[in-house]
Design a protein around this ligand. Structure first.
Ligand SMILES: Cc1cc2nc3c(=O)[nH]c(=O)nc-3n(C[C@H](O)[C@H](O)[C@H](O)COP(=O)(O)OP(=O)(O)OC[C@H]3O[C@@H](n4cnc5c(N)ncnc54)[C@H](O)[C@@H]3O)c2cc1C
Length: 440
């Protein structure tokens, strides 16, 4: 272990922001807008772009800065609904509906690829594939049972890699083999958020920073929107606040939505620059890596191929990124012992949003549209949800979207604040992971 885990000049903010920190725009709040979008992440920006291209006047507000939330903090792994494939959709919705939902999720990957190409977004996108490491031999068997489903949903191959061949795709013996899935890409999330915002602005969308929406009320055929910078009117409203839907002091633009989302913090560290041969050894195929365990890690080389970016649910308490960093570093060295003396230059965190039915949702409640709940896998999905909710708002959808207006469950007495219960749930999942590893 190095003398200090933290390199000189360490920063508690996203490494992505070195190249693409969300800028502060000095735009004023209009008195009226045709469409008001609350939340300037991928979902809000993608919706804005689609609505604008359909001829609507659109304003996007963010409580902080456009792109400030999960959209400029994530791991940059771009997948098309892998998490949904593992859920037992058919039992809940019947085979046909389950197939439609799976197809709707799978379509998010081609859509984001098309968006990046169409808008010429410079965000280091590569279709690199993923390796999901099996936490135990039984998890390997589960992955193998699921592999065909993942392949048919994405329309791209999967391949099981036994432990003996694991070093062909990952420089570690930590896992019991794993599954390669081709339907995964990688990008620089900060550059993608910046590029999507620039595309929306080029199309004529107004982006306004530091406007926290405190309430949305019906007003005739439109809406009155209360914000920290005064009130405005809008003909239509979309809430795209995802893991930040419950703001400081429990305030929320749309309490109905906050009660249906479970915000969870995800943490990432960036290592100092490493020699090229080390990165080549750890990531021989430059794939994105995740794991089959419940409290999982996800990791990758940085787009410039010089660092390891290591992410995971380091804590189920509300701790800051610096406090969480040693846990992530320890997990990294369990998988890559040769990184034992490596220092951390950046550590950060952000909020993702889970739902009680484990599905993403778009819909409308009391006239206010929403798009949310990507289960921590929303680079492609949030972009796709935003586009689809925009088509719905504009009445321009040619075909039904399977994630539209599904029943959206909450729980009795749940107010959108799960933080008091998360440590118990986290310990339960950790215990199950421990048992699986020890006895699986
Ligand atoms: C650390 C981390 C790692 C991740 N890794 C991956 C990954 O590798 N691959 C993947 O697919 N997904 C990943 N995700 C998830 C992915 O980043 C999100 O699903 C996606 O960015 C969600 O986009 P969004 O637009 O819905 O929300 P966000 O980008 O979170 O945007 C919501 C915005 O709403 C604003 N807001 C909230 N309340 C208000 C209000 N009242 N008024 C105005 N504005 C408001 C917030 O300031 C915020 O900017 C990760 C997330 C995190 C945090």
């Amino acid at each position: 272990m190095a003398d200090s885990l933290f390199a000189p000049g360490f920063k508690a903010r996203p490494w992505w922001w070195e190249a693409a920190e969300p800028p502060l725009r000095d735009n004023s709040l209009p008195d009226h807008t045709a469409v008001a979008i609350v939340g300037g992440g991928y979902a809000g920006l993608s919706a804005a772009l689609t609505l604008r291209r359909l001829g609507h006047e659109v304003t996007v507000f963010d409580a902080e800065r456009i792109g400030w939330g999960a959209s400029s903090r994530n791991g940059g792994m771009v997948s098309g609904g892998l998490k949904v494939a593992s859920g037992d959709l058919a039992a809940r919705y019947g085979a046909q509906r389950a197939g439609e939902i799976a197809a709707a999720c799978g379509a998010s990957l081609p859509f984001i690829e098309e968006t990046i190409a169409r808008e010429a977004i410079d965000c280091d996108y590569v279709r690199c594939g993923r390796f999901v490491g099996a936490w135990s031999p039984a998890h390997y068997d589960d992955l193998a049972r699921n592999a065909d489903r993942v392949a048919s949903m994405s329309g791209m191959p999967t391949r099981m890699v036994p432990k003996a061949e694991q070093r062909s795709c990952l420089g570690s013996d930590f896992y019991h083999g794993g599954m390669q899935a081709d339907a995964t890409g990688s990008l620089h999330p900060g550059k993608y958020a910046r590029g999507l915002a620039a595309a929306a602005e080029r199309a004529g969308v107004l982006l306004v920073d530091q406007v926290r929406v405190a309430g949305i009320a019906r007003d005739g055929s439109g809406f009155r929107i209360a914000t920290n910078r005064g009130e405005l009117r809008a003909d239509a409203v979309l809430t795209a606040t995802n893991g930040y839907s419950r703001g400081p002091g429990g305030a929320s633009a749309m309490p109905w939505l906050a009660r249906r989302l479970v915000p969870l913090a995800s943490y990432i560290i960036a290592t100092e620059e490493l020699p090229q041969e080390v990165i080549d050894r750890l990531f021989p195929e430059r794939r994105m890596i995740s794991e089959s365990r419940r409290v999982l890690n996800y990791f990758r080389p940085s787009p410039d191929g010089r660092r390891v970016l290591w992410g995971g649910r380091a804590s189920f308490r509300q701790v800051d990124a610096v406090t969480a960093a040693p846990t992530l570093h320890q997990r990294m060295t369990e998988v890559f012992p040769e990184l034992n003396g490596t220092q951390i230059t950046h550590a950060w965190n952000g909020n993702v949003a889970f739902t009680f039915d484990h599905l993403p949702h778009i819909g409308v409640e009391q006239g206010v549209h929403y798009a949310a709940g990507c289960q921590g896998s929303g680079v492609a999905m949030a972009t796709w949800l935003g586009h689809n909710v925009a088509l719905k708002m504009a009445g321009a959808a040619n075909t039904p979207f399977a994630l539209d207006d599904l029943p959206f469950p909450t729980r009795p007495f749940y107010n959108g604040d799960p933080w008091w219960v998360l440590p118990f749930i986290g310990n339960y999942y950790r215990a199950r992971d421990y048992m699986d590893r020890a006895f699986g």
